[in-house]
Design a protein around this ligand. Structure first.
Ligand SMILES: C[S@@+](CC[C@H](N)C(=O)[O-])C[C@H]1O[C@@H](n2cnc3c(N)ncnc32)[C@H](O)[C@@H]1O
Length: 263
């Protein structure tokens, strides 16, 4: 299966807009997580539109930031500060020498690759001794809504199954510890980044739009593989749309994070 065939979201303009929205929601906490303190060399693996890599490059002009991304469609829309270098490439075979970077990170990538342990082994290889890896991934089975959204939950389970059938893993966040161990990382620290919103939170509506966008990004595949009809998808999405105007509504999710060291 090719990298593109595994990638459930595709690279349509509407999906790229969703990715921009997701970056607006999650970049600042992730940059805080990296805690960059001095001029260093950083690699973003699977950088997508390079929004995060670019923000880091602009915030830390004395750092050298690199991004690799498989999709030429994503790279064509990428942001690029002067100290950010982007390359087209496959995360399974990084084109960098061993012991090159102080920090390597990937975000929302491992769920989409053929062999996530191989990707982590490559990230290990290109890190300098004592260099650090940071990851943030999801386990989308833990998404919760109040009021309940039963039609949405059915479609979401089908989305999880479709991603698995395509060769990805929407639950991969829960496997970070074991995979980092297999890739020979040490001092592994797991944590979570909450995405917990009530109706009045500034991020509530954008978070729901991001979730709806996930299902929309796979609409063609749902129909192509007879997983759900367009009407079933519309009815499920209508439940989340109703939450957007329900002043009693709330939602809970958390990202799985892991950082570790190459000794
Ligand atoms: C959900 S996006 C996340 C992008 C970015 N990390 C971010 O946080 O905005 C996942 C990206 O990984 C890329 N990707 C998937 N498989 C890849 C691979 N084997 N090598 C490099 N990039 C890959 C996709 O093309 C897509 O742009």
């Amino acid at each position: 299966m090719s990298n593109e065939a595994i990638y459930i979201h595709g690279t349509e303009a509407s999906e790229q807009d969703r990715l921009r929205l997701l970056n607006r929601l999650t970049n600042r906490p992730f940059i805080d997580y990296l805690a960059i303190k001095r001029p260093i060399k950083i690699l973003d693996v699977g950088c997508g539109l390079a929004i995060l890599a670019n923000e880091i490059a602009e915030l830390y002009p004395n750092c050298e930031v690199y991004g690799i991304e498989y999709s030429v469609e994503q790279l064509a829309q990428a942001d690029q500060a002067p100290n950010l270098k982007l390359q087209q490439g496959d995360a399974h075979h990084l084109s960098f020498d061993a012991d090159t970077f102080d920090i390597v990170y990937c975000r929302y990538l491992l769920e989409h690759v053929k062999n996530p342990v191989q990707v982590l082994q490559e990230m290990h290889r290109v890190l300098k001794p004592n260099g650090e890896i940071f990851t943030q991934e999801n386990n989308i089975a833990i998404t919760v809504y109040d009021p309940d959204c039963s039609k949405w939950d059915t479609i979401w389970q089908k989305f999880i199954n479709l991603q698995t059938d395509l060769g990805g893993d929407g639950l991969i966040g829960k496997r970070l510890y074991g995979m980092l161990k297999q890739a020979n990382f040490q001092r592994i620290e797991l944590s979570i980044a909450p995405q917990v919103h009530g109706f009045e939170d500034v991020q509530f509506d954008d978070w729901l739009l991001n979730i709806i966008g996930n299902a929309e990004s796979a609409r063609d595949k749902f129909i192509k593989y007879n997983i759900a009809t367009s009407q079933e998808l519309d009815e499920a999405i209508a439940e989340l749309e109703a939450l957007r105007t329900n002043e009693n509504a709330s939602t809970i999710f958390y990202w799985n994070r892991a950082k570790a060291v190459k000794l």
